[in-house]
Design a protein around this ligand. Structure first.
Ligand code: URA
Length: 241
């Protein structure tokens, strides 16, 4: 048995919060009966109808996309720019888990599994997100230590993270830095690097938990296999408990 709003989100219909709103708006029925109580429990045999639509279990899809730069991480864009969905050939209503900026490339998961998406985005899930960034100037040891210990961005102190210098190019006066963070604030890497005085020129997400871009070219994607999905669930549950 699980709470009605969680079950609705689990079907991928909407977020848990939106489901709570719909329940309070009297738009949710279980076995034909209107339910307005947020704590109402349902089982797998119950028939749930939301806004007149009966929820059926869509086959779950898990896509690992190598997002190119110049593509937005939304399902539609008001300026008609290319979205990550334009790169996929799937009939399933998958959506991106978290976001990468328009000018950021790298690993992005898209799924219709609301439960896994919520777990991955939960602040406590703590999965590694590894970014490689090219920044202006020479990054020094002191700045790396500051990044590791947490810096203040938008009045929020970032938590401890991994940071290391990969290389410095004297000719262009640019450094390559690897950051391993566990949070996902808006423009977090760019703001972290700016807080220690370095503007990001290029940014790429190379790894999410144990998942990498291996075998994919920019713009390509692949489906996760069941083993990888299970492992991902284990990773997020392990950190959340
Ligand atoms: N941090 C950023 O600044 N941008 C991204 O796209 C991802 C992380």
């Amino acid at each position: 048995m699980e709470r009605l709003q969680k079950a609705i989100a689990g079907f991928g219909y909407c977020s848990r919060r939106k489901a709570e709103k719909l329940i309070l708006e009297k738009k949710v029925f279980v076995n034909g009966e209107m339910i307005t109580e947020l704590g109402y429990k349902v089982s797998a045999n119950d028939i749930i109808t939301v806004e007149g639509k009966t929820l059926t279990q869509e086959k779950k899809e898990y896509i690992l996309l190598y997002k190119p730069r110049g593509v937005v991480t939304t399902t539609s864009d008001e300026h008609n720019r290319k979205t990550v969905l334009d790169l996929l050939e799937t009939e399933t209503r998958v959506y991106p888990v978290g976001r990468l900026d328009y000018d950021t490339s790298g690993l992005l998961i898209l799924t219709n599994d609301g439960q896994l998406a919520n777990l991955l985005m939960h602040p406590k899930s703590q999965v590694d997100k590894v970014y490689i960034t090219k920044v202006k100037g020479l990054v020094n040891k002191k700045e790396i230590l500051q990044l590791r210990n947490g810096v203040t961005i938008d009045g929020f102190k970032t938590s401890k993270c991994g940071a290391r210098i990969i290389s410095y190019d004297k000719k262009t006066d640019t450094s390559i830095v690897e950051l391993t963070i566990h949070e996902g604030k808006n423009h977090q890497v760019k703001k972290m690097m700016a807080s220690v005085g370095h503007e990001v020129i290029k940014l790429k997400r190379e790894r999410l938990s144990f998942l990498t871009l291996k075998g994919l070219k920019s713009g390509e994607y692949r489906y996760l296999n069941i083993k990888e999905v299970k492992k991902l669930y284990n990773e997020v549950q392990k950190n959340k408990d």
